[in-house]
Design a binder for this molecule. Structure first.
Ligand code: ATP
Ligand code: MG
Length: 573
């Protein structure tokens, strides 16, 4: 199928859409319900309309069997959970945490919590006890929904230190254990199927997410119910949801992508959402795409890099006729990755940029526009972005193209975060006047496409140049022997910082002097001697966060023998 023939929201009229765009008109496309409740928009609205028998959620278990929920069934289940909260005396804006694998109960908890106007906060199921304690206590958790195995192993010993945690609800026991440790199924059994959603204000708190911790201690980021407008339009324009689409977002709901796009955006757009309980496994992933006839697939560069390393030709070995869009987020996707999509799947992989704080996609390569491999794309309608110079708290927008600066976004879009939990000063520091400062550096080309340079914290200052690690890493990855690369700045008095690269080789290459010289020569030719790495170290793997982001701060701390900092999100297997 030619993907471009099926694009519903043709953004070739991009400028026109931008010109006439208003958040009010987007709001009017959703319900006429007073206020705005995410779960109502995502589930009940469809369950009461023509989509009631459409498949909303398909949860694939580890053994590949699966459980399906239509929109009507999801409405019933989530209403029941909202009643569970009601029956337990849980008040509006209380924090309900989940700490579970990708199982149906997690999705029911998320949406039921939002219906009850409590705040949903997901934790990633591989966290150890201390990161869990930190987040539950910082987040003032009232309820934790988890499994008995996770509870026994990681939570039970923390209870004494968590006096405000009223209940722990276990997803896999049939009877309550005590007044505090309750059974999910027992509570659900007793709860009514009818739940009247109370008026939810657009500004009512809805979601609390902890950031990935790539640059330091994870921040607790708070979003409100009207963020659903961003989930809706980004689903419509970027993910290009059509009626009948089957969408798979591979992110875990422990991270914002897994909630915004693994739950809310597909449902609010009325499509079918696939959930897989298992972790990354290339063969399993390809067979899920085939068996469940996935049409839109949203994944991350870390997974794409792993797939690229394998000798598999997906289009030849699997029936993937239904697949019409592949998208990536989380880190920059190097041009090679974008083009690999074209070669292997017949469509470029569409990179898009956003962060926990923005709650949804802000800048994207759209399928109906010219895709520029290696760029983040253009801002969404309704989103104003700029490149700025910031000096002494004065922000000046840079209007000339191709100049590097801070990537900033104009306040006022619905899904912009409303607080960093317990860190008001840090929150305030993110804003100058009307602009939110993302912490990333980028440049904008003459066609209005944005190009990622690096995180402000990761930028390397060498011999008077500002070097973004991404550019160097992307170049290194074009060398045939390089599978992965991470680049840091290492203090060096004469030049400020020296560019150092950690390189993982593709199988079959021998780490040695000869190859090092070859890679260095290649980088010098491509990047010029000032920017090319002066030091290359071959390593087995590169430390990453659980959400797949390169932890350059950890490589740097290790290189310099400094304390390693918060490692709660470090991927350890
Ligand atoms: P922390 O804020 O705790 O350091 P984090 O910034 O990695 O962690 P997230 O909010 O999950 O936490 O990640 C958002 C960041 O990821 C962005 O600010 C950006 O640096 C990077 N990022 C995400 N998508 C892209 C992309 N398509 N291109 C480039 N960078 C991206
Ligand atoms: Mg961040």
């Amino acid at each position: 199928m030619d993907p471009t023939t099926t694009i519903r929201h043709n953004l070739e009229d991009y400028e026109k859409v931008r010109g006439t765009f208003s958040w009010d008109s987007i709001a009017s496309e959703l319900s006429g319900l007073p206020g705005m409740n995410i779960a109502y928009e995502a589930v009940d609205r469809h369950a009461m309309g023509t989509l009631k028998d459409t498949l909303a959620l398909r949860c694939i278990r580890k053994d590949r069997s699966f459980q399906d929920f239509t929109y009507a069934e999801l409405k019933t289940q989530t209403s029941k959970f909202a009643n569970v909260l009601q029956n337990l005396g849980i008040k509006k804006e209380a924090r309900i945490f989940s700490f579970a694998g990708r199982i149906p109960e997690l999705y029911i908890t998320a949406l039921g919590t939002l219906k009850h106007r409590a705040v949903f906060c997901p934790l990633f199921s591989v966290f150890g006890p201390e990161p869990i304690y930190q987040r539950l206590s910082r987040g003032d958790a009232s309820i934790l929904v988890t499994s008995s195995a996770l509870f026994e192993k990681k939570v039970s010993k923390l209870l004494d230190r968590l006096p405000s945690l009223h209940y722990v609800i276990l997803t896999d026991i049939t009877e309550h254990i005590s007044d505090k440790i309750l059974s999910f199924s027992k509570l659900m059994e007793k709860a009514s199927e009818e739940y009247q959603i109370q008026e939810t204000k657009a500004e009512d708190a809805a979601l609390l997410h902890f950031t990935s911790g790539t640059t330091g201690m994870p921040k607790g980021v708070l979003h409100v119910h009207q963020a659903v407008l961003t989930h809706y339009i980004t689903g419509k324009y970027v993910l290009d949801f059509h009626e009948g689409d089957i969408f798979w977002c591979t992110a875990d709901p422990g991270w914002v992508t897994g909630t915004s796009y693994g739950i809310i955006s597909p449902l609010v757009n009325g499509v079918t959402c696939i959930v897989d309980e298992e972790e990354f496994d290339a063969l399993r992933w390809y067979s899920i795409l085939e068996e469940h006839q996935v049409s839109i697939w949203y994944t991350a560069p870390t997974a794409i890099r792993r797939l690229m390393r394998m000798e598999i030709n997906p289009r030849e070995e699997y029936h993937l006729e239904h697949l019409r869009l592949i998208l990536s987020v989380g880190e920059p996707l190097h041009a090679e990755g974008v083009l690999w999509g074209k070669e292997k799947f017949g469509m470029p992989i569409l990179d898009n940029w956003w962060q926990t704080e923005t709650g949804g996609i802000m800048i994207a390569n759209y399928s109906s526009m010219k895709v520029k491999p290696g760029s983040m794309g253009k801002p969404l309608p309704g989103i104003e972005t700029g490149i700025a110079e910031i000096r002494d708290q004065v922000l000046t927008l840079i209007t000339e193209p191709n100049i590097q600066g801070h990537l900033v976004l104009k306040k006022g879009f619905p899904s912009l975060f409303r607080a960093y939990l317990h860190e008001e000063e840090r929150f305030n520091k993110c804003f100058i006047g009307d602009w939110y400062i993302s912490g990333d550096l980028a440049k904008k080309d003459a066609d209005g496409y944005f190009w990622f340079i690096g995180r402000a914290d990761d930028i390397i200052k060498t011999s008077g140049h500002m070097v973004g690690p991404f550019e160097v890493e992307s170049t290194l990855m074009r060398h045939p022997a390089v599978a992965e690369a991470a680049v840091i700045g290492k203090p060096e008095p004469a030049i400020g910082e020296l560019v150092k690269a950690f390189v993982v080789l593709k199988p079959g290459n021998e780490a040695g002097e000869e190859l090092m010289l070859d890679i260095t020569g290649f980088a010098r030719k491509e990047l010029g001697p000032a920017v090319a790495p002066k030091e290359i170290e071959f390593v087995e793997s590169i430390p990453k966060t659980r959400s797949g982001k390169i932890l350059r701060r950890l490589l740097k701390a290790r290189e310099l023998g400094l304390p390693e900092g918060d490692l709660s999100t470090l991927e350890t297997n």
